[in-house]
Design a protein around this ligand. Structure first.
Ligand SMILES: C[S@@+](CC[C@H](N)C(=O)[O-])C[C@H]1O[C@@H](n2cnc3c(N)ncnc32)[C@H](O)[C@@H]1O
Length: 233
């Protein structure tokens, strides 16, 4: 099965349990990582923010806490993930905060130079063409706009890396697949895709090649995740 079809299939099947599992498997660190990403993005009241691969809208909603009356647009190509996000904001009475739109990150339905911030949380790793995805995010950002990428990475401390890999490669797939009742090994795909993803320095270089400047990154939680922020030239 090709990657795009597989990605669509697994996220469609785990959509309803996605938020719960994120929180459980990250021991609730996922919220802090998203908050930090928002804090590093220089977001202000009225900033126009696009969150691609938004899934259930968690990162978009973290930005919406800072943009005031300006709704954050979240795009994703899996309808079921967006539907969970839509239900969630309805229940929370926050329908004005989040506009979900079904769209492929490789072909965003927006004009050039539209958004002050374009973000992606745990999504760009799943996009079939990483460079094309980053270029498309840049295209829709205004000049000097920020691109923020929150993504899993590989811890650098040897001892911790061993312990973490045991959890990440053995325990997490069992628990994740069991609770999500997924038969396509969605939570086995997670560590595999992280192992194949560029490390922090490589991702920084790729972002620069894609037209970004002032790219910096921050490792969090002993290097399990990293937040890269760059500015469009
Ligand atoms: C791990 S989830 C991340 C969801 C959310 N951003 C978060 O922080 O929890 C990855 C999401 O990326 C979406 N995705 C992957 N490739 C995509 C693409 N090419 N275009 C749009 N969405 C994509 C999937 O459908 C899925 O909802």
């Amino acid at each position: 099965m090709n990657k795009e079809i597989y990605v669509r299939k697994i996220f469609s099947s785990i959509a309803k349990r996605y938020d719960f599992l994120n929180s459980l498997l990250s021991l609730r660190r996922d919220r802090a990582w998203r908050k930090f990403t928002v804090r590093m993005s220089d977001v202000a009241h009225g900033s126009r923010v696009l969150d691609v691969c938004t899934g259930t809208g968690e990162l978009a909603l973290a930005y919406a806490n800072k943009t005031g009356d300006t709704a954050v647009i979240g795009t994703d190509f899996v309808y079921d993930m967006l539907a969970v996000g839509k239900d969630k904001v309805e229940k929370q009475g926050r329908t004005n905060a989040f506009i979900p739109i079904e769209a492929d990150t490789l072909e965003l339905p927006f004009s050039d130079n539209t958004f002050d911030i374009v973000s992606v949380g745990f999504g760009i790793r799943n996009v079939t063409d990483l460079r094309l995805g980053i270029r498309e995010m840049c295209r829709v950002a205004v000049a000097s706009g920020r691109i923020a990428i929150l993504e899993f990475t590989q811890p650098t401390t040897p001892l911790f890396r061993h312990l973490y890999y045991f959890y990440f490669k053995s325990l997490l797939p069992c628990v994740g697949n069991l609770i999500s009742r997924n038969r396509d090994d969605a939570y086995g795909y997670l560590p595999d895709s992280v192992m194949q993803f560029p490390d922090c320095e490589q991702l920084k270089r790729i972002m620069e090649e894609c037209g970004l400047t002032d790219v910096r990154f921050y490792r969090k939680t002993l290097g399990i995740v990293a937040i890269h922020i760059g500015r469009k030239k």
